[in-house]
Design a protein around this ligand. Sequence first.
Ligand code: GLC
Length: 535
Amino acid sequence: MNAQNGRWWREGAFYQVYVPSFQDGDADGFGDLRGVERRLDHIAALGVTAVWLSPIYASPLLDFGYDVSGHTEVGTVFGDLATFDRVVRGAHDRGLRVVLDYVPQHTSSEHPWFRDALSSRDGTHRDWYLWHDPKPDGSPPNNWASAFGGPAWTFHEPTGQYYYHAHLPEQPSLNWRNPAVREAMFEVMRFWLDRGVDGFRVDAVWRLIKDARLRDNPMMDDGGESFEIGGAGAHTTVRQIQKYTADQPELPGLLAQMHTVIDEYDDRMLMGELHLKLERVAALGTRGLDIAMNFSLIDAPWNGLDLAKLIQRYYAALPPGSHPNWVLSNHDRSRLASRIGTERVPGALALLLTLKGTPTLYYGDELGLPDAPVDAGRARDCAELRAPGLGLGRDPQRMPMPWEATPSHAGFTPDDVEPWLPIPAWAGQFSVESQELDSRSLLSRVRELLKLRRELAALRQGGITVLSADPDHLAYLRGDGENSLVVAVNLSDRDQTVAFPGSRSTLWSSHATVGEGDRLPGAVTLAPFEARLLR
Ligand code: GLC
């Protein structure tokens, strides 16, 4: 193994592209690989080291690609394999790594495996999914609920059994206890790794394996405490504890086995989607997953004390060898600006990009995009369509990326094409075009921060110590000695004076273009919502 191996994901930063919403490259109103190819320069200019693409496989698109009907095919709306290869090559030429979304928990009900499973009880692929007989009264085998609401079991009349689906009925769950499933899904990984993919974000991995005895899940209302945090659980009103449908004892062993496929190749990685308690997430990052994705910031109350507690709790929970990482937004949760307020976004991004561990940026966060409201008639997300008006839908955080300031669809798609999700009139003011040339824009600030991360070992590799925190501010030290940095964030709408050891000068501020400033003897006064880096 080369000493440089793993540096791209340990010391770099990820950028999540939700492909349907990034850039339409073939004028059908829907984002695709040709669009991604066109925008690789934007991603490279940001200064991240890796791009993670949401699923681009063949799919009926009921969950916009998270319902895979052909694992080794590119969906026709997304492009073709030749375009995919160009994206990988184009990314690599720019020094970017490519991570694919890998969806092992379930397939689409249109997948040939499931079609065969439906054909008869002794179809070759029957046991590739989770089939069970009804209870004597005809009801489902147990109380397991779907992440999108309703029972997780659907009855198949012709063969007289129920099949399990953690999500939509059109997303039947695979039976990972079956060695044939494991081998077939490992072959899928090899197919893409052979094409040059650098790793996978493993979808819904905390749900990969279920209780073999099919025990009922407890309900939260019975006083149980949920161990499943956020995630798909945030898109349903079902208050069930996933005790027997998530994080089963077999999971770590299974992930370790999955990682042996990664180990067949040079310098690739796995990161897993885990909506579990922080301590459990930290523990799962030792074996099998190189990055156990930490979504805790998404649900954190946005005040200095809670943030400091969370940060300390996470680092304390990480066993040796478990790599820290932070996620502030994604395609499943309301956007940062809408959750914590536009004025707090620069400070939040400064936090994300200066905490110890690998950050994941969600497309559009570098522009400060808020959620875009979607009228009932234009809703696309299954979570919304299944439970309209309850605020469970994920369309608002999937607004098409605004690239240009003027055209009616902000450069996402041609003016005469209807985009798959509405693009509000205000989109242009957030656009890349309108921020790119402004050195004070959020986009410019994010680029500066990512540049500092690349340049400064204290940010890439240094330790972290919380210096002070109260509800209105948070300050921490990265690295030690001569090269250490202080990060101070004002979370309030008033000036805050923050003390630190030694005398320091400003390296970066969210508020003004500051170069090497005056020495500040032991304290700095931050403007409302300002974040600062001091050396
Ligand atoms: C993951 C994805 C989510 C999807 C679900 C089912 O939670 O992030 O978007 O709906 O899995 O695949």
